[in-house]
Design a protein around this ligand. Structure first.
Ligand code: F6R
Length: 607
Protein backbone atom coordinates (compact mmCIF):
# COMPACT_ATOMS: atom_id res chain seq x y z
CA UNK A 1 0.00 0.00 0.00
CA UNK A 2 1.81 3.09 -1.31
CA UNK A 3 5.19 2.58 -2.91
CA UNK A 4 8.49 4.08 -1.77
CA UNK A 5 11.77 4.37 -3.65
CA UNK A 6 14.96 6.12 -2.58
CA UNK A 7 18.26 6.58 -4.40
CA UNK A 8 21.76 7.85 -3.68
CA UNK A 9 24.59 7.42 -6.19
CA UNK A 10 26.06 8.93 -9.31
CA UNK A 11 23.17 8.42 -11.70
CA UNK A 12 20.43 10.89 -12.33
CA UNK A 13 18.10 10.15 -9.41
CA UNK A 14 14.91 11.09 -11.30
CA UNK A 15 15.28 8.30 -13.86
CA UNK A 16 16.06 5.63 -11.24
CA UNK A 17 13.15 6.80 -9.08
CA UNK A 18 10.66 6.88 -11.94
CA UNK A 19 11.50 3.35 -13.08
CA UNK A 20 11.09 2.20 -9.47
CA UNK A 21 7.75 4.00 -9.16
CA UNK A 22 6.51 2.41 -12.36
CA UNK A 23 7.18 -1.01 -10.86
CA UNK A 24 5.40 -0.03 -7.66
CA UNK A 25 2.44 1.73 -9.14
CA UNK A 26 0.22 -1.28 -8.34
CA UNK A 27 0.82 -0.41 -4.66
CA UNK A 28 -1.18 2.80 -5.00
CA UNK A 29 -1.96 5.25 -7.75
CA UNK A 30 -3.88 8.19 -6.30
CA UNK A 31 -0.96 10.56 -6.67
CA UNK A 32 2.80 10.43 -7.01
CA UNK A 33 5.79 12.61 -6.28
CA UNK A 34 9.55 12.85 -6.09
CA UNK A 35 11.96 14.92 -4.02
CA UNK A 36 15.50 15.46 -5.21
CA UNK A 37 18.38 17.51 -3.87
CA UNK A 38 19.55 19.42 -6.92
CA UNK A 39 22.64 21.63 -6.56
CA UNK A 40 22.22 21.53 -2.80
CA UNK A 41 18.60 22.59 -2.98
CA UNK A 42 15.51 20.53 -2.14
CA UNK A 43 13.22 20.25 -5.18
CA UNK A 44 9.81 18.63 -5.02
CA UNK A 45 7.53 17.62 -7.89
CA UNK A 46 4.20 15.98 -7.20
CA UNK A 47 0.86 15.49 -8.89
CA UNK A 48 -2.56 14.11 -8.23
CA UNK A 49 -3.49 11.08 -10.37
CA UNK A 50 -1.48 8.24 -11.84
CA UNK A 51 2.24 8.21 -12.44
CA UNK A 52 1.70 9.48 -15.95
CA UNK A 53 0.67 12.86 -14.50
CA UNK A 54 3.97 13.09 -12.60
CA UNK A 55 5.89 12.06 -15.72
CA UNK A 56 4.18 14.85 -17.68
CA UNK A 57 5.05 17.36 -14.95
CA UNK A 58 8.68 16.27 -14.97
CA UNK A 59 8.82 16.74 -18.73
CA UNK A 60 7.61 20.33 -18.28
CA UNK A 61 9.75 20.97 -15.20
CA UNK A 62 12.68 18.54 -15.16
CA UNK A 63 14.76 18.01 -12.05
CA UNK A 64 18.01 16.17 -11.66
CA UNK A 65 20.43 15.38 -8.87
CA UNK A 66 22.04 12.27 -7.43
CA UNK A 67 19.94 11.78 -4.32
CA UNK A 68 16.18 11.54 -4.06
CA UNK A 69 13.04 9.92 -2.76
CA UNK A 70 9.78 9.03 -4.50
CA UNK A 71 6.30 7.85 -3.63
CA UNK A 72 3.15 6.54 -5.24
CA UNK A 73 0.19 6.99 -2.91
CA UNK A 74 -2.90 5.12 -1.76
CA UNK A 75 -4.67 7.73 0.34
CA UNK A 76 -5.43 7.05 4.00
CA UNK A 77 -5.52 10.50 5.65
CA UNK A 78 -6.47 13.32 3.32
CA UNK A 79 -7.93 13.17 -0.16
CA UNK A 80 -5.80 12.14 -3.14
CA UNK A 81 -4.82 15.69 -4.11
CA UNK A 82 -1.50 17.22 -5.11
CA UNK A 83 -1.02 18.94 -1.75
CA UNK A 84 -1.58 15.65 0.10
CA UNK A 85 0.79 13.78 -2.23
CA UNK A 86 4.25 12.85 -0.92
CA UNK A 87 7.04 13.94 -0.42
CA UNK A 88 6.15 16.27 2.44
CA UNK A 89 8.53 18.95 3.59
CA UNK A 90 9.00 21.14 6.64
CA UNK A 91 8.33 24.85 6.28
CA UNK A 92 11.94 25.70 5.36
CA UNK A 93 12.12 22.75 2.94
CA UNK A 94 15.20 21.44 4.71
CA UNK A 95 13.73 17.94 5.10
CA UNK A 96 11.58 15.89 2.73
CA UNK A 97 10.10 12.50 3.36
CA UNK A 98 7.81 9.85 1.95
CA UNK A 99 5.80 7.54 4.17
CA UNK A 100 3.83 4.28 4.03
CA UNK A 101 1.60 3.39 6.95
CA UNK A 102 -0.52 5.32 9.42
CA UNK A 103 0.63 7.50 12.31
CA UNK A 104 -2.01 6.78 14.91
CA UNK A 105 -1.10 9.61 17.31
CA UNK A 106 -0.78 12.21 14.55
CA UNK A 107 -3.73 14.29 15.80
CA UNK A 108 -2.13 14.97 19.22
CA UNK A 109 1.28 15.57 17.67
CA UNK A 110 -0.22 17.95 15.12
CA UNK A 111 -2.08 19.91 17.77
CA UNK A 112 1.12 20.40 19.77
CA UNK A 113 3.08 21.40 16.68
CA UNK A 114 0.42 23.91 15.61
CA UNK A 115 0.51 25.44 19.10
CA UNK A 116 4.26 25.81 18.71
CA UNK A 117 3.74 27.68 15.44
CA UNK A 118 4.34 24.98 12.82
CA UNK A 119 2.26 25.50 9.69
CA UNK A 120 0.73 22.48 7.97
CA UNK A 121 0.22 22.28 4.21
CA UNK A 122 -1.72 19.01 3.97
CA UNK A 123 -4.35 16.92 5.72
CA UNK A 124 -2.04 13.90 5.97
CA UNK A 125 -0.82 12.15 9.09
CA UNK A 126 2.62 12.06 7.44
CA UNK A 127 3.28 15.77 7.64
CA UNK A 128 3.71 15.66 11.43
CA UNK A 129 6.84 13.55 10.95
CA UNK A 130 8.63 16.10 8.84
CA UNK A 131 7.80 18.97 11.21
CA UNK A 132 8.99 16.87 14.12
CA UNK A 133 12.26 16.32 12.29
CA UNK A 134 12.71 20.02 11.81
CA UNK A 135 11.93 20.58 15.50
CA UNK A 136 14.32 17.94 16.85
CA UNK A 137 17.18 18.38 14.40
CA UNK A 138 20.41 19.52 16.08
CA UNK A 139 23.16 18.95 13.48
CA UNK A 140 22.85 15.15 13.55
CA UNK A 141 20.45 13.72 10.94
CA UNK A 142 20.38 10.12 12.30
CA UNK A 143 19.82 11.30 15.87
CA UNK A 144 16.89 13.46 14.78
CA UNK A 145 15.29 10.52 12.92
CA UNK A 146 15.76 8.23 15.94
CA UNK A 147 14.26 10.83 18.26
CA UNK A 148 11.26 11.34 15.98
CA UNK A 149 10.40 7.70 15.28
CA UNK A 150 10.32 7.10 19.03
CA UNK A 151 7.57 9.69 19.27
CA UNK A 152 5.41 7.99 16.65
CA UNK A 153 2.67 5.46 17.27
CA UNK A 154 1.37 3.36 14.41
CA UNK A 155 3.12 2.04 11.34
CA UNK A 156 5.63 3.56 9.01
CA UNK A 157 8.20 2.97 6.33
CA UNK A 158 10.04 6.22 5.73
CA UNK A 159 12.57 7.49 3.23
CA UNK A 160 14.04 10.84 4.23
CA UNK A 161 16.47 13.34 2.74
CA UNK A 162 17.74 16.65 4.07
CA UNK A 163 19.27 19.68 2.45
CA UNK A 164 21.64 19.84 5.46
CA UNK A 165 23.03 16.41 4.48
CA UNK A 166 22.96 16.07 0.68
CA UNK A 167 25.12 12.93 0.97
CA UNK A 168 22.72 10.95 3.16
CA UNK A 169 19.48 9.07 2.59
CA UNK A 170 17.75 7.61 5.64
CA UNK A 171 15.17 4.83 5.85
CA UNK A 172 13.24 3.68 8.91
CA UNK A 173 10.48 1.16 9.46
CA UNK A 174 7.88 -0.08 11.89
CA UNK A 175 5.06 -2.26 10.62
CA UNK A 176 5.48 -1.40 6.91
CA UNK A 177 8.11 -3.11 4.78
CA UNK A 178 11.31 -1.37 3.75
CA UNK A 179 14.26 -2.85 1.89
CA UNK A 180 17.76 -1.49 1.40
CA UNK A 181 19.48 -2.35 -1.89
CA UNK A 182 23.27 -2.29 -2.11
CA UNK A 183 24.96 -1.24 -5.33
CA UNK A 184 28.43 -0.18 -6.42
CA UNK A 185 28.85 3.49 -5.58
CA UNK A 186 25.08 3.71 -5.21
CA UNK A 187 22.44 2.46 -2.79
CA UNK A 188 18.68 2.16 -2.85
CA UNK A 189 15.62 2.07 -0.65
CA UNK A 190 12.32 0.47 -1.64
CA UNK A 191 9.12 -0.64 -0.03
CA UNK A 192 8.95 -3.62 -2.36
CA UNK A 193 11.54 -5.85 -3.95
CA UNK A 194 10.11 -5.30 -7.45
CA UNK A 195 11.44 -1.75 -7.49
CA UNK A 196 14.99 -3.09 -7.12
CA UNK A 197 14.92 -5.71 -9.86
CA UNK A 198 17.66 -4.90 -12.42
CA UNK A 199 19.25 -2.39 -10.03
CA UNK A 200 20.88 -4.76 -7.56
CA UNK A 201 20.78 -8.37 -6.36
CA UNK A 202 21.96 -7.60 -2.81
CA UNK A 203 19.43 -6.44 -0.27
CA UNK A 204 18.80 -6.04 3.46
CA UNK A 205 15.32 -6.27 4.96
CA UNK A 206 14.76 -3.76 7.75
CA UNK A 207 12.98 -5.03 10.84
CA UNK A 208 10.67 -2.96 13.03
CA UNK A 209 12.30 0.06 14.66
CA UNK A 210 15.44 -0.20 12.55
CA UNK A 211 17.04 2.67 10.69
CA UNK A 212 19.27 2.51 7.63
CA UNK A 213 21.70 5.28 6.77
CA UNK A 214 22.65 5.21 3.09
CA UNK A 215 25.68 7.03 1.69
CA UNK A 216 27.01 6.49 -1.83
CA UNK A 217 29.71 4.08 -0.72
CA UNK A 218 28.45 2.94 2.67
CA UNK A 219 25.49 1.47 4.45
CA UNK A 220 24.96 1.47 8.20
CA UNK A 221 22.11 0.23 10.34
CA UNK A 222 20.88 1.22 13.80
CA UNK A 223 18.12 0.32 16.15
CA UNK A 224 15.88 2.96 17.71
CA UNK A 225 18.20 3.43 20.68
CA UNK A 226 20.93 4.47 18.27
CA UNK A 227 22.93 1.24 18.68
CA UNK A 228 24.69 0.13 15.54
CA UNK A 229 23.46 -3.27 14.26
CA UNK A 230 24.63 -5.80 11.71
CA UNK A 231 22.16 -6.95 9.07
CA UNK A 232 22.13 -10.16 7.11
CA UNK A 233 22.71 -9.75 3.38
CA UNK A 234 20.11 -11.44 1.13
CA UNK A 235 20.00 -12.07 -2.60
CA UNK A 236 17.14 -11.30 -4.96
CA UNK A 237 16.25 -14.05 -7.39
CA UNK A 238 13.35 -12.36 -9.23
CA UNK A 239 14.12 -11.72 -12.89
CA UNK A 240 12.84 -8.65 -14.71
CA UNK A 241 10.83 -10.81 -17.14
CA UNK A 242 8.75 -12.13 -14.21
CA UNK A 243 7.37 -8.66 -13.69
CA UNK A 244 6.50 -7.67 -17.26
CA UNK A 245 3.26 -8.30 -19.13
CA UNK A 246 4.80 -10.84 -21.54
CA UNK A 247 2.87 -9.43 -24.49
CA UNK A 248 -0.52 -9.36 -22.75
CA UNK A 249 -2.56 -6.21 -22.53
CA UNK A 250 -2.83 -6.44 -18.76
CA UNK A 251 -1.03 -8.16 -15.91
CA UNK A 252 -4.34 -9.64 -14.84
CA UNK A 253 -4.80 -11.46 -18.15
CA UNK A 254 -1.18 -12.60 -18.15
CA UNK A 255 -1.62 -13.98 -14.64
CA UNK A 256 -4.88 -15.75 -15.52
CA UNK A 257 -3.22 -17.36 -18.54
CA UNK A 258 -0.20 -18.41 -16.47
CA UNK A 259 -2.23 -20.59 -14.14
CA UNK A 260 -1.64 -24.01 -15.76
CA UNK A 261 2.10 -23.38 -15.60
CA UNK A 262 1.90 -22.30 -11.96
CA UNK A 263 0.12 -25.56 -11.06
CA UNK A 264 2.70 -27.62 -12.97
CA UNK A 265 5.45 -25.77 -11.15
CA UNK A 266 3.92 -26.48 -7.73
CA UNK A 267 3.55 -30.15 -8.67
CA UNK A 268 7.16 -30.27 -9.81
CA UNK A 269 8.43 -28.68 -6.60
CA UNK A 270 6.21 -30.46 -4.09
CA UNK A 271 5.73 -33.94 -5.52
CA UNK A 272 8.48 -36.46 -6.07
CA UNK A 273 7.95 -40.19 -6.59
CA UNK A 274 4.25 -39.65 -6.00
CA UNK A 275 4.97 -38.36 -2.50
CA UNK A 276 4.27 -34.88 -1.18
CA UNK A 277 7.29 -33.05 0.16
CA UNK A 278 7.02 -30.39 2.83
CA UNK A 279 9.98 -31.79 4.69
CA UNK A 280 11.67 -28.37 4.78
CA UNK A 281 8.98 -27.20 7.20
CA UNK A 282 10.48 -27.19 10.66
CA UNK A 283 7.40 -28.23 12.64
CA UNK A 284 8.06 -31.86 13.31
CA UNK A 285 5.67 -34.73 12.63
CA UNK A 286 5.07 -35.33 16.32
CA UNK A 287 3.67 -31.84 16.70
CA UNK A 288 1.66 -32.01 13.47
CA UNK A 289 0.00 -35.26 14.54
CA UNK A 290 -0.98 -33.65 17.86
CA UNK A 291 -2.60 -30.55 16.32
CA UNK A 292 -6.24 -30.71 17.34
CA UNK A 293 -7.53 -27.49 15.86
CA UNK A 294 -6.52 -25.21 13.01
CA UNK A 295 -7.40 -21.55 12.73
CA UNK A 296 -6.96 -20.10 9.27
CA UNK A 297 -6.92 -16.33 9.11
CA UNK A 298 -6.62 -14.21 5.99
CA UNK A 299 -8.19 -11.31 4.10
CA UNK A 300 -10.04 -10.95 0.78
CA UNK A 301 -9.15 -13.50 -1.84
CA UNK A 302 -6.77 -15.23 0.56
CA UNK A 303 -9.70 -15.65 2.95
CA UNK A 304 -11.65 -17.33 0.14
CA UNK A 305 -8.73 -19.72 -0.37
CA UNK A 306 -8.86 -20.40 3.36
CA UNK A 307 -12.55 -21.27 3.09
CA UNK A 308 -11.69 -23.89 0.46
CA UNK A 309 -8.74 -25.03 2.60
CA UNK A 310 -11.09 -25.79 5.51
CA UNK A 311 -12.91 -28.36 3.35
CA UNK A 312 -9.61 -29.95 2.40
CA UNK A 313 -8.06 -30.08 5.84
CA UNK A 314 -11.19 -31.42 7.51
CA UNK A 315 -11.81 -33.99 4.80
CA UNK A 316 -8.26 -35.31 4.44
CA UNK A 317 -6.55 -34.64 7.74
CA UNK A 318 -9.67 -34.77 9.94
CA UNK A 319 -8.60 -31.73 11.96
CA UNK A 320 -11.25 -29.28 13.11
CA UNK A 321 -10.62 -26.08 11.14
CA UNK A 322 -12.03 -22.57 11.51
CA UNK A 323 -11.58 -19.74 9.05
CA UNK A 324 -11.45 -16.17 10.24
CA UNK A 325 -11.26 -12.83 8.51
CA UNK A 326 -8.02 -11.37 9.87
CA UNK A 327 -9.41 -7.97 10.79
CA UNK A 328 -12.13 -9.68 12.87
CA UNK A 329 -10.01 -12.39 14.45
CA UNK A 330 -7.72 -9.91 16.11
CA UNK A 331 -10.48 -8.06 17.93
CA UNK A 332 -12.75 -10.80 19.20
CA UNK A 333 -10.63 -12.24 22.00
CA UNK A 334 -10.53 -15.69 20.39
CA UNK A 335 -10.31 -18.78 22.57
CA UNK A 336 -6.95 -20.26 21.71
CA UNK A 337 -5.62 -23.14 23.73
CA UNK A 338 -3.88 -26.48 23.53
CA UNK A 339 -2.47 -27.77 20.30
CA UNK A 340 -3.93 -25.18 17.98
CA UNK A 341 -2.11 -24.30 14.78
CA UNK A 342 -2.73 -21.04 12.98
CA UNK A 343 -2.39 -20.85 9.21
CA UNK A 344 -1.93 -17.24 8.08
CA UNK A 345 -2.59 -16.95 4.34
CA UNK A 346 -1.36 -13.91 2.49
CA UNK A 347 -0.17 -13.46 -1.09
CA UNK A 348 1.94 -10.43 -0.21
CA UNK A 349 2.85 -11.56 3.30
CA UNK A 350 2.48 -7.90 4.27
CA UNK A 351 -1.25 -7.49 4.92
CA UNK A 352 -1.44 -5.53 8.18
CA UNK A 353 -4.62 -7.26 9.41
CA UNK A 354 -3.12 -10.70 8.85
CA UNK A 355 0.14 -9.73 10.52
CA UNK A 356 -1.86 -8.48 13.51
CA UNK A 357 -3.74 -11.82 13.66
CA UNK A 358 -0.45 -13.71 13.50
CA UNK A 359 0.99 -11.65 16.36
CA UNK A 360 -2.16 -12.24 18.39
CA UNK A 361 -1.65 -15.99 17.95
CA UNK A 362 2.01 -15.77 18.88
CA UNK A 363 1.17 -13.80 22.00
CA UNK A 364 -0.97 -16.80 22.99
CA UNK A 365 1.95 -19.15 22.30
CA UNK A 366 0.50 -21.10 19.39
CA UNK A 367 2.49 -21.96 16.32
CA UNK A 368 1.86 -20.19 13.03
CA UNK A 369 2.28 -21.60 9.55
CA UNK A 370 2.53 -18.78 6.98
CA UNK A 371 1.27 -19.47 3.46
CA UNK A 372 2.78 -16.70 1.38
CA UNK A 373 3.97 -15.75 -2.07
CA UNK A 374 6.97 -13.87 -0.70
CA UNK A 375 9.41 -15.79 1.45
CA UNK A 376 11.05 -12.62 2.72
CA UNK A 377 7.82 -10.94 3.79
CA UNK A 378 6.91 -10.03 7.35
CA UNK A 379 4.47 -12.94 7.66
CA UNK A 380 7.10 -15.37 6.39
CA UNK A 381 9.69 -14.03 8.80
CA UNK A 382 7.40 -14.03 11.82
CA UNK A 383 5.81 -17.45 11.22
CA UNK A 384 7.20 -20.62 12.79
CA UNK A 385 7.15 -22.27 9.39
CA UNK A 386 6.44 -21.10 5.85
CA UNK A 387 4.89 -22.57 2.74
CA UNK A 388 5.86 -20.68 -0.39
CA UNK A 389 2.83 -20.91 -2.70
CA UNK A 390 5.19 -20.58 -5.69
CA UNK A 391 2.92 -18.34 -7.78
CA UNK A 392 5.71 -15.94 -8.84
CA UNK A 393 5.23 -12.16 -8.62
CA UNK A 394 1.57 -11.16 -8.86
CA UNK A 395 1.24 -7.59 -10.12
CA UNK A 396 -2.44 -7.34 -11.15
CA UNK A 397 -4.26 -5.81 -8.20
CA UNK A 398 -7.00 -8.45 -8.51
CA UNK A 399 -5.50 -11.69 -7.27
CA UNK A 400 -5.86 -14.65 -9.65
CA UNK A 401 -2.91 -17.01 -9.89
CA UNK A 402 -2.07 -16.58 -6.20
CA UNK A 403 -5.59 -17.76 -5.35
CA UNK A 404 -5.25 -21.06 -7.17
CA UNK A 405 -1.68 -21.49 -5.86
CA UNK A 406 -2.98 -20.99 -2.31
CA UNK A 407 -5.72 -23.59 -2.82
CA UNK A 408 -3.34 -26.11 -4.31
CA UNK A 409 -0.81 -25.57 -1.53
CA UNK A 410 -3.57 -26.15 1.03
CA UNK A 411 -4.68 -29.28 -0.87
CA UNK A 412 -1.17 -30.71 -0.74
CA UNK A 413 -0.67 -29.65 2.87
CA UNK A 414 -3.92 -31.38 3.89
CA UNK A 415 -2.86 -34.56 2.07
CA UNK A 416 0.56 -34.35 3.67
CA UNK A 417 -0.95 -34.17 7.17
CA UNK A 418 -3.33 -36.99 6.24
CA UNK A 419 -0.34 -39.20 5.46
CA UNK A 420 1.45 -38.27 8.68
CA UNK A 421 -1.72 -39.05 10.64
CA UNK A 422 -2.59 -42.09 8.55
CA UNK A 423 -6.07 -40.69 8.02
CA UNK A 424 -5.79 -41.53 4.30
CA UNK A 425 -4.25 -44.56 2.62
CA UNK A 426 -1.19 -44.16 0.43
CA UNK A 427 -3.18 -45.28 -2.63
CA UNK A 428 -5.92 -42.74 -1.98
CA UNK A 429 -3.37 -39.94 -1.72
CA UNK A 430 -1.84 -41.13 -4.98
CA UNK A 431 -5.23 -40.92 -6.68
CA UNK A 432 -5.64 -37.36 -5.45
CA UNK A 433 -2.18 -36.52 -6.73
CA UNK A 434 -3.12 -37.91 -10.13
CA UNK A 435 -6.24 -35.72 -10.20
CA UNK A 436 -4.05 -32.73 -9.40
CA UNK A 437 -1.64 -33.61 -12.20
CA UNK A 438 -4.54 -33.54 -14.66
CA UNK A 439 -5.51 -29.99 -13.72
CA UNK A 440 -3.11 -27.95 -15.91
CA UNK A 441 -4.54 -29.50 -19.09
CA UNK A 442 -8.09 -28.99 -17.88
CA UNK A 443 -7.42 -25.35 -17.14
CA UNK A 444 -5.81 -24.92 -20.56
CA UNK A 445 -9.09 -26.12 -22.07
CA UNK A 446 -11.02 -23.44 -20.20
CA UNK A 447 -8.55 -20.74 -21.19
CA UNK A 448 -9.11 -21.72 -24.84
CA UNK A 449 -12.71 -20.58 -24.40
CA UNK A 450 -11.68 -17.04 -23.62
CA UNK A 451 -13.19 -15.62 -26.82
CA UNK A 452 -16.53 -17.20 -25.98
CA UNK A 453 -16.36 -15.76 -22.46
CA UNK A 454 -15.49 -12.37 -23.93
CA UNK A 455 -18.67 -12.52 -26.03
CA UNK A 456 -20.68 -13.36 -22.95
CA UNK A 457 -19.07 -10.43 -21.17
CA UNK A 458 -20.26 -8.13 -23.98
CA UNK A 459 -23.78 -9.45 -23.54
CA UNK A 460 -23.92 -8.78 -19.80
CA UNK A 461 -21.50 -5.86 -19.30
CA UNK A 462 -24.28 -3.28 -19.00
CA UNK A 463 -25.94 -5.02 -16.05
CA UNK A 464 -25.61 -3.23 -12.74
CA UNK A 465 -26.11 -6.12 -10.32
CA UNK A 466 -24.87 -9.68 -10.33
CA UNK A 467 -25.45 -12.54 -7.93
CA UNK A 468 -23.16 -15.57 -7.59
CA UNK A 469 -24.37 -18.85 -6.12
CA UNK A 470 -22.39 -21.93 -5.15
CA UNK A 471 -22.63 -24.68 -2.57
CA UNK A 472 -20.24 -26.80 -0.58
CA UNK A 473 -16.68 -26.60 -2.01
CA UNK A 474 -17.85 -23.95 -4.43
CA UNK A 475 -19.52 -21.42 -2.21
CA UNK A 476 -16.06 -19.82 -1.77
CA UNK A 477 -15.78 -19.87 -5.58
CA UNK A 478 -19.00 -17.85 -5.75
CA UNK A 479 -17.55 -15.39 -3.19
CA UNK A 480 -14.35 -15.10 -5.20
CA UNK A 481 -16.23 -14.63 -8.50
CA UNK A 482 -18.27 -11.81 -6.99
CA UNK A 483 -15.18 -10.14 -5.52
CA UNK A 484 -13.33 -10.29 -8.86
CA UNK A 485 -16.25 -8.71 -10.67
CA UNK A 486 -16.89 -5.90 -8.20
CA UNK A 487 -13.28 -4.91 -7.66
CA UNK A 488 -12.35 -4.45 -11.28
CA UNK A 489 -15.62 -3.49 -12.98
CA UNK A 490 -17.30 -1.61 -10.06
CA UNK A 491 -20.49 -3.57 -10.67
CA UNK A 492 -22.38 -4.42 -7.53
CA UNK A 493 -22.09 -8.15 -7.11
CA UNK A 494 -22.78 -10.36 -4.19
CA UNK A 495 -22.46 -14.07 -3.45
CA UNK A 496 -24.39 -16.54 -1.36
CA UNK A 497 -24.24 -20.16 -0.39
CA UNK A 498 -26.98 -21.37 -2.75
CA UNK A 499 -28.85 -23.20 0.01
CA UNK A 500 -28.99 -20.04 2.11
CA UNK A 501 -30.31 -17.91 -0.74
CA UNK A 502 -33.95 -18.79 -0.15
CA UNK A 503 -33.66 -17.50 3.44
CA UNK A 504 -34.00 -13.89 2.38
CA UNK A 505 -31.69 -12.84 -0.45
CA UNK A 506 -33.88 -14.47 -3.10
CA UNK A 507 -36.06 -11.36 -2.74
CA UNK A 508 -33.42 -9.64 -4.90
CA UNK A 509 -34.31 -11.70 -7.96
CA UNK A 510 -36.16 -10.16 -10.88
CA UNK A 511 -35.91 -10.41 -14.65
CA UNK A 512 -32.97 -7.98 -14.77
CA UNK A 513 -30.48 -9.71 -12.46
CA UNK A 514 -27.94 -12.18 -13.86
CA UNK A 515 -27.31 -15.02 -11.44
CA UNK A 516 -24.11 -16.94 -11.97
CA UNK A 517 -24.57 -20.48 -10.67
CA UNK A 518 -21.72 -22.93 -10.14
CA UNK A 519 -23.34 -26.25 -10.87
CA UNK A 520 -20.61 -28.67 -11.88
CA UNK A 521 -21.26 -32.40 -11.47
CA UNK A 522 -20.61 -33.68 -7.96
CA UNK A 523 -22.21 -34.59 -4.69
CA UNK A 524 -24.42 -31.53 -4.32
CA UNK A 525 -25.39 -31.26 -8.00
CA UNK A 526 -29.07 -32.22 -7.44
CA UNK A 527 -29.40 -29.73 -4.58
CA UNK A 528 -27.82 -27.02 -6.69
CA UNK A 529 -30.30 -27.75 -9.49
CA UNK A 530 -33.18 -27.17 -7.07
CA UNK A 531 -31.69 -23.86 -6.01
CA UNK A 532 -31.37 -22.81 -9.65
CA UNK A 533 -35.01 -23.79 -10.25
CA UNK A 534 -35.97 -21.44 -7.42
CA UNK A 535 -34.22 -18.57 -9.20
CA UNK A 536 -35.59 -19.56 -12.60
CA UNK A 537 -39.19 -19.56 -11.36
CA UNK A 538 -38.66 -15.97 -10.22
CA UNK A 539 -37.44 -15.00 -13.72
CA UNK A 540 -33.76 -14.49 -12.83
CA UNK A 541 -31.26 -14.59 -15.72
CA UNK A 542 -29.21 -17.75 -15.24
CA UNK A 543 -25.60 -18.20 -16.31
CA UNK A 544 -24.24 -21.58 -15.31
CA UNK A 545 -20.74 -22.95 -14.87
CA UNK A 546 -21.38 -26.61 -15.69
CA UNK A 547 -19.53 -29.81 -16.43
CA UNK A 548 -18.78 -30.64 -20.06
CA UNK A 549 -21.39 -32.98 -21.45
CA UNK A 550 -24.16 -31.77 -19.14
CA UNK A 551 -26.72 -31.08 -21.85
CA UNK A 552 -29.71 -30.93 -19.53
CA UNK A 553 -28.36 -27.84 -17.78
CA UNK A 554 -29.08 -25.86 -20.97
CA UNK A 555 -32.80 -26.03 -20.23
CA UNK A 556 -32.29 -24.10 -17.03
CA UNK A 557 -29.67 -21.67 -18.33
CA UNK A 558 -29.68 -18.52 -20.42
CA UNK A 559 -25.98 -19.16 -21.01
CA UNK A 560 -23.61 -21.97 -20.03
CA UNK A 561 -19.83 -22.03 -19.65
CA UNK A 562 -18.59 -25.61 -19.70
CA UNK A 563 -15.57 -26.77 -17.73
CA UNK A 564 -13.90 -30.19 -17.67
CA UNK A 565 -14.86 -32.58 -14.90
CA UNK A 566 -12.61 -33.00 -11.90
CA UNK A 567 -13.13 -34.31 -8.38
CA UNK A 568 -15.34 -32.20 -6.11
CA UNK A 569 -12.52 -31.11 -3.87
CA UNK A 570 -10.47 -29.72 -6.76
CA UNK A 571 -13.46 -28.20 -8.54
CA UNK A 572 -12.92 -24.73 -6.94
CA UNK A 573 -9.66 -24.44 -8.93
CA UNK A 574 -11.34 -25.26 -12.23
CA UNK A 575 -14.55 -23.33 -11.62
CA UNK A 576 -12.94 -20.04 -10.68
CA UNK A 577 -11.14 -19.71 -14.03
CA UNK A 578 -14.21 -18.74 -16.13
CA UNK A 579 -15.25 -16.33 -13.38
CA UNK A 580 -11.85 -14.62 -13.52
CA UNK A 581 -12.12 -14.31 -17.30
CA UNK A 582 -15.70 -13.08 -17.16
CA UNK A 583 -14.79 -10.40 -14.61
CA UNK A 584 -11.79 -9.39 -16.71
CA UNK A 585 -13.74 -9.02 -19.97
CA UNK A 586 -16.70 -7.27 -18.34
CA UNK A 587 -14.29 -4.74 -16.82
CA UNK A 588 -12.68 -4.22 -20.24
CA UNK A 589 -16.12 -3.69 -21.80
CA UNK A 590 -16.85 -1.04 -19.22
CA UNK A 591 -13.55 0.70 -19.89
CA UNK A 592 -12.20 0.07 -16.38
CA UNK A 593 -8.50 -0.07 -15.61
CA UNK A 594 -8.25 -3.73 -14.59
CA UNK A 595 -4.69 -3.61 -13.33
CA UNK A 596 -5.24 -0.50 -11.27
CA UNK A 597 -8.87 -0.45 -10.16
CA UNK A 598 -10.07 2.68 -8.41
CA UNK A 599 -9.65 2.97 -4.64
CA UNK A 600 -7.55 -0.19 -4.42
CA UNK A 601 -3.92 -1.08 -4.05
CA UNK A 602 -2.05 -4.33 -3.93
CA UNK A 603 -0.86 -5.26 -0.45
CA UNK A 604 -2.93 -3.56 2.22
CA UNK A 605 -0.37 -2.58 4.82
CA UNK A 606 -2.69 -0.54 7.04
CA UNK A 607 -5.27 -1.94 9.47
C1 F6R B 1 -8.59 -9.31 -4.26
C2 F6R B 1 -7.36 -9.15 -3.51
C3 F6R B 1 -7.45 -8.83 -2.06
C4 F6R B 1 -6.35 -9.57 -1.30
C5 F6R B 1 -6.36 -9.13 0.17
C6 F6R B 1 -5.33 -9.90 0.97
O1 F6R B 1 -8.35 -9.62 -5.59
O2 F6R B 1 -6.29 -9.24 -4.04
O3 F6R B 1 -8.70 -9.14 -1.55
O4 F6R B 1 -6.56 -10.94 -1.42
O5 F6R B 1 -6.09 -7.78 0.27
O6 F6R B 1 -4.05 -9.73 0.45
P1 F6R B 1 -2.89 -10.72 0.78
O7 F6R B 1 -3.22 -12.04 0.21
O8 F6R B 1 -1.67 -10.11 0.17
O9 F6R B 1 -2.81 -10.80 2.28
Amino acid sequence: MCGIVGYIGNKSADSVLLVGLERLEYRGYDSAGIGIIEDGEMTIRKREGKLKALNDLLREMPVSGNIGIAHTRWATHGEPTTHNAHPHTDSQKKFALVHNGIIENYAELKEELIKEGYIFQSETDTEVIVHLLSKHYKDNFEQAVIKVINLLEGSFALAIISEYHPDTLIGARRGSPLIVGKGKGENFLASDIHALVNLTKTVYYLEDNEIAVLKRERLSFFNNTGKSIKKEEKHITIEAKAIDKAGHEHFMLKEIMEQPRIISNIIEKRIRDNKIHFSHIPMGNEYLVRVGRIIIQAAGTSWHAGLVGKFMIEEFARVHTEVDISSEFRYRNPVIEGDTLMIAISQSGETADTIAGLREAKSKFIKVLGLVNNKESTIARESDAVIDILAGPEIGVASTKAYIAQIISLFLWALYIARIKWSLKKETVEQYIQELKDLPDKIEQILKQKDKIEKLAKKYAAKNNFIFLGRSYNYPTAFEGALKLKEISYIHSTAYQAGEFKHGPIALIDATVPVICIVTKGEIYPKMLSNIQEVKSRKGIIITIATEGDESIKKLSDDVIYVPQTIDILSPVVNVIPLQLLAYYIAIQRGADVDQPRNLAKSVTVE
